[in-house]
Design a protein around this ligand. Sequence first.
Ligand code: NAI
Ligand code: 15L
Length: 268
Amino acid sequence: PAPRTVLLTGAAGGMGTLMRELLPQYGYQLRLLDQLPIEGEPDAITSDLSDRDALREAVRGVDAIIHLAGISLEASFEKILRANIEGTYNVYEAAREAGVRRIVFASSNHAVGFTPRPVGDDPLIPVDTPRRPDTYYGVSKSFGEDLASLYWDKYGIETVAIRIGSCFPEPTTVRMLSIWLSPADGARLLHAALTAENVGYRVVYGSSGNTRPWCDLSSARALGYEPQDDSEPYAAKLIAEQGELEPDNPDHQHLGGAFCTNPPIWPR
Ligand code: NAI
Ligand code: 15L
């Protein structure tokens, strides 16, 4: 049966806030968790991912987990270790103990951020491209993907790991024109990842149907995801303001953009 009750970790964050508005229309009952309290959501669980007892309680009775919580930019290795590496391990352990069968893991383009971005007629970046993390943050997403693989092979817990491009209400840079995931497409992709059958362990890219794509969406489409949005209407204005991407600019050479050179640091 399709999952109905879903734990959403990171529910206070940017994507969490967008997704808790958009997902209920697909019929999900969301249980919310974040280290930060969520205004207007008295039932949300306010807890750090390091609190294993709270996680055990949070996963009880859910059909699936959407795991968004974590540090979403670069930070010291110690902070990344605690929130993203140990935190994700704690989520998977809680799921295993409780018998949760499916997790959707918010991976990131930064797990493969040092991959050169396609130029001209170059092929799109495939999901099986070698990992090339661009930060400790990207390493933690690489770790999450491998942990998901382990929990599938060893315990039969299914994961769709989504290498999200840039999920914000609008694209704000020229790079984002290629990797933007509109919030509505984000919800479509999460719904597909929750409901597709027999996913096992699967990695997909999470972008809208952008006119200037960099990443191959075929594995996402194989889940039943059909993007409806395209960043192109934003292109003229962004390019007029910021200029085209330059092949010689180190910030413009890789999928991960400035995360490869001068990454934004948490907290923003
Ligand atoms: P965000 O930084 O806005 O939200 C992350 C949330 O996780 C925050 O509310 C924070 O309080 C919570 N959190 C952090 N550490 C925690 C801990 N130890 N215990 C409990 N909660 C904790 O990030 P955003 O943009 O909403 O991203 C959500 C997820 O998607 C993150 O895992 C991020 O790495 C990933 N992602 C997001 C992209 C995007 O474009 N928004 C792109 C690629 C990946
Ligand atoms: C990410 O992984 C970050 O969480 C998000 O804040 C954006 O920076 C995004 O990647 C991006 O590459 O634009």
